[in-house]
Design a protein around this ligand. Structure first.
Ligand code: SF4
Ligand code: SF4
Length: 79
């Protein structure tokens, strides 16, 4: 299994209230390591902090589906 497949299989997005059917239909997962969702626009809550991928990779951010992946958000962070 590739790393990306592993992240996708562990991704905690599907039960998250922010995650939408349209994203499921497009097989969008593991936004922290890929690109943002093509259809999710409204933040409700984010289940990333409870996700094993978030813990294993020591990720810092949330709402990857809308705000962009870890490195994108890292570059936007005020210094
Ligand atoms: S950290 Fe968030 S986007 Fe990344 S795999 Fe986990 S639930 Fe999915
Ligand atoms: S990135 Fe966060 S807010 Fe977006 S669907 Fe995944 S868990 Fe929910």
């Amino acid at each position: 299994m590739s790393k990306m497949d592993e992240y996708r299989s562990k991704c905690n997005c599907p039960p998250c209230p922010t995650y939408l059917e349209c994203a499921k239909e497009k097989d969008e997962l593991a936004f922290c390591m890929s690109k943002r969702s093509s259809c999710i626009k409204e933040m409700k809550v984010c289940f990333c902090p409870g996700c094993p991928v978030h813990k294993d990779l020591d990720l810092q951010f949330m709402y990857y589906c809308i705000r962009g992946n870890e490195s994108e958000q890292e570059h936007k962070r005020p210094r």
